[in-house]
Write a protein that binds this ligand. Structure first.
Ligand code: GLA
Length: 382
């Protein structure tokens, strides 16, 4: 990809760009907890986004997207990102630099990547982190990975309209080969946990559906958590977020919240505990116990948090029935995207054939299978 990107850069702009790379991410467990300052357990994967950049001494920034085969030019002194276009991620990041008072000037940029789109591997976070890593190097800003993650998150809030948490850009920026990041989204610090799956592998099954209400439902879930915190403070004055409550508080929480809010709060509280347990099981190499937590996480996301969909429930349930699979659950924001499955390597092809057949029978579309390797986070390539 690096040489392909260089070739495109040469063709469109000439010269020798700085090239940055940032990967997509998976999440082992800990879903919809990051925006409640809870715990998550993501890892970077082998797919990502490459950004080549060079100053151009012009009043414009000139961009080229290899994926969309499209050019885009804008005035860097006065620009306004438009929602829904890939260039938004460049202008969105630049807007963060502008707001923070960092100097910048005109540049040429080529962007290319190989993240399967719509799979829930956070291609948009990878794109922002890749752009941020490239611009930090280009303008000598010396941003650390946490600053890049926060700018990427803010850009998503302001210009993509999703009030996402820090998990996706953080995993892309900090990822480490063969390690998952046990991330505390309050302190924004993580522990690197070695992941040795032995005879097992992580296989994603992409449902190939995306429901159009996904973004608004995401923001509604976040708002529901914030409302619960307000109500619960009367009884638990010390809480800042749902992360401050434990499973042992659930009985009281149930009495204090309306029935529309309680299951959602319960998901966040129990999921935070599952993440901590999961990290301990993985440290001990107990894949079976970890797999059970994945299944519980799915049930909680589906029944209590209501962010699953028939396709994801079907894929998880089929995987649970499959002998040998240790765990399966929906991954990411939900309402589409993929499931993550912990499966014996030697059974992957039988599993794929079976799932594909029954999924096509039920939904009329084929799922896509993606075997992931836990890989390095963002870096400068040259
Ligand atoms: C999306 C968001 C993340 C996180 C997950 C759910 O991927 O971008 O911040 O909330 O959903 O865990």
């Amino acid at each position: 990809m690096t040489s392909e990107l260089k070739a495109h850069f040469h063709q469109y702009f000439g010269g020798n760009p700085i090239i940055a790379f940032a990967p997509g991410r998976i999440n082992l467990i800990g879903e919809h907890t990051d925006y409640q300052e809870g715990f998550v357990f993501p890892a970077a994967v082998q797919f990502g986004i490459w950004t080549g950049v060079q100053k151009n001494e012009l009043p414009f920034c000139r961009l080229y997207s290899m994926d969309f085969e499209e050019e885009f030019t804008f005035d860097w002194k006065s620009f306004s990102p438009k929602k829904g276009h890939w260039s938004t991620y460049v202008m969105g990041f630049l807007a963060q630099l502008k707001q923070a008072g960092y100097p910048f000037e005109g540049f040429d940029m080529v962007i290319g990547g190989n993240i399967p789109l719509g799979a829930g591997l956070s291609s948009s976070a990878a794109l922002s982190v890749s752009i941020g890593t490239a611009l930090s190097q280009l303008f000598g800003l010396k941003f650390n990975p946490l600053s890049i993650s926060k700018y990427a998150q803010n850009s998503e809030h302001q210009f993509a309209g999703v009030n996402c948490g820090i998990m996706d850009p953080y995993a892309s920026a900090f990822g480490k080969k063969n390690h998952a990041l046990l991330l505390d989204c309050r302190s924004n610090q993580h522990q690197e946990i070695p992941i040795d799956l032995g005879e097992y592998s992580l296989l994603l099954v992409n449902s190939n559906v995306k429901h159009s209400l996904a973004d608004s439902a995401y923001n509604q879930r976040r708002a529901a958590c914030e409302e619960s915190v307000q109500l619960l403070r009367a009884h638990f004055p010390y809480i800042q977020t749902l992360r401050d409550l434990k499973n042992e508080n659930l009985n009281e929480v149930e009495k204090l919240l309306p029935s529309s809010l309680f299951p959602k709060a319960k998901h966040v509280i129990t999921e935070c505990e599952r993440v901590q347990l999961a990290a301990n099981y993985l440290k001990q190499g107990d894949l079976k116990a970890f797999g059970k937590l994945m299944n519980e996480s799915h049930r909680s996301l589906s029944r209590d948090y209501e962010v699953s969909c028939p396709e994801l429930d079907f894929l998880a349930e089929k995987a649970w029935e499959f002998p040998g699979v240790l765990g399966a659950r929906m991954m990411g924001g939900g309402f589409g995207g993929c499931t993550i499955n912990l499966i014996p390597i030697e059974q992957i092809s039988t599993f794929q054939n079976k799932i594909e057949q029954s999924y096509v029978e039920n939904f009329g579309v084929a799922p896509t299978f993606i075997q992931v390797k836990i890989s390095e986070g963002a870096k400068i390539m040259s």
